[in-house]
Design a protein around this ligand. Structure first.
Ligand SMILES: Nc1ncnc2c1ncn2[C@@H]1O[C@H](COP(=O)(O)OP(=O)(O)OP(=O)(O)O)[C@@H](O)[C@H]1O
Ligand SMILES: [Mg+2]
Length: 373
């Protein structure tokens, strides 16, 4: 309730209050409430079909919705025309003016606002440089590649220097190298211009590297909103924990036991004493999350290590991803290790760093994170 009240009185950035949308009987999202602070870069990340674009279209005012309000810079724009919301948009299906050159597409909004022509020229040139299209200015959109068209759309939004941006997968059509470069350009631009940005992606690297805060969306709900560090190190549930991170987190069934006053985790036949646990961990069944970096290859499979057979090795050059089938268990563990000779069918053992363990209740709610998780 408090959060709701706060959101309503926020007078900057973009606020969404109890927003709901359905198609027929299908609820697409329900009761979504959040604020992007003035100048903040907030990223919504989630799997395909979870409702990201629908949410963005509703905020932009180009799609109908159910109950709920949208505020931009303190103004309630829920019933405002899309062009009257002080929002600039770059969407997945970037619509350019097909009959206009790249230059005119970029300049259009400025000319409509009667910005002096010298200033328009300067900003077109600068924007074209930022999005890497200086040598394409005379072409029409039909003469450009998909990635080039996407960059025109991005430039067209950036050139306006609006108070707030909505960006829906604006880099999705770019190759890996160009995507990294445009990511850096966008961040630099954001730091310089300082607008409020709500940015959608299904790419977790993009989310983690660009977002001041990240909202992890699943089936029309925000599972967690937090800084990249928070959502990665302190995920609120198993969904967030396994959605972020590549390779994904290992999650195993385990038991919490009390032994001689200490709390231990029993998994894969091991008993792992936990470091001083500040939370009361309930004795009984839990789920344990281990990121691949919380596992280390060890020479000796006895004691506190899991022995098994190597099923698969991904060699990434600077590191190897080892898939180990634990002896006597139908469980594959994925470990991230430094380069070393290891091959499929080798015998190997991994140790578990208990300080980096995540513990979830059987329903997936996080109940404990290791001090170095
Ligand atoms: N006009 C529509 N009528 C009915 N269902 C729709 C309509 N538009 C979208 N949907 C459904 O709503 C859900 C969410 O779609 P949306 O485009 O918002 O997903 P998304 O998170 O943006 O996915 P992606 O990452 O693939 O772009 C999907 O299941 C989609 O099939
Ligand atoms: Mg989408």
């Amino acid at each position: 309730m408090n959060q709701e009240t706060e959101t309503v009185i926020t007078d900057h950035g973009i606020s969404v209050v109890n927003l709901t949308k359905s198609y027929g009987d299908t609820v697409l999202f329900e009761d979504i409430t959040f604020t992007v602070e003035q100048g903040e870069f907030m990223v919504i990340v989630g799997p395909s079909g979870c409702g990201k674009s629908s949410l963005m279209r509703v905020i932009a005012g180009i799609e109908e919705h159910g109950p709920g309000r949208v505020m931009v810079d303190g103004r309630d724009v829920t019933d405002a025309h899309p062009g009257d919301r002080s929002l600039s948009m770059v969407f997945q299906d970037y619509a350019l003016y097909p009959h206009m050159s790249v230059e005119s597409n970029l300049a259009f909004g400025l000319r409509a606002r009667r910005v002096p022509s010298g200033e328009v020229r300067r900003r077109v040139e600068e924007t074209a440089r930022i999005v890497g299209l200086s040598d394409q200015l005379k072409k029409k959109p039909g003469q450009l590649s998909g990635g080039q068209r996407q960059r025109v759309a991005l430039g067209r939004a950036m050139i306006q220097e609006p108070r707030a941006f909505l960006m829906d997968e604006p880099l999705s059509n770019l190759d890996a190298a160009l995507r990294v470069q445009m990511r850096a350009e966008l961040m630099e631009f954001h730091q310089r211009v300082g607008g409020t940005v709500l940015y959608v992606t299904h790419d977790q690297v993009e989310a983690m590297t660009m977002g001041d805060r990240v909202a992890v969306m699943n089936k029309g709900r925000f599972e967690q909103v937090g800084t990249p560090e928070e959502v990665y190190s302190r995920p609120v549930n198993e969904y967030v924990a396994t959605f972020l991170g590549s390779p994904r987190m290992n999650v195993l069934d385990a038991q919490v036991v009390q032994r001689n006053g200490a709390v231990e985790l029993e998994l894969l036949g091991l008993s792992l004493p936990l470091p001083a646990v500040d939370t009361a961990l309930p004795v009984g069944p839990v789920r344990v999350g281990l990121r691949p970096e919380a596992l280390a290859l060890v020479d000796d499979g006895s004691g506190r290590a899991v022995s098994g057979q190597v099923e698969y090795v991904e060699n990434l050059g600077n590191e190897k991803i080892v898939h180990l089938r634990a002896d006597g268990h139908d469980t594959a563990l994925v470990a991230r290790v430094s380069p070393r000779p290891i091959a499929i069918n080798d015998r190997a053992a991994v140790s578990i760093d208990v300080e980096r363990v995540h513990v979830f209740a059987p329903d997936g709610t996080a109940i404990w994170h290791g001090p170095r998780a």
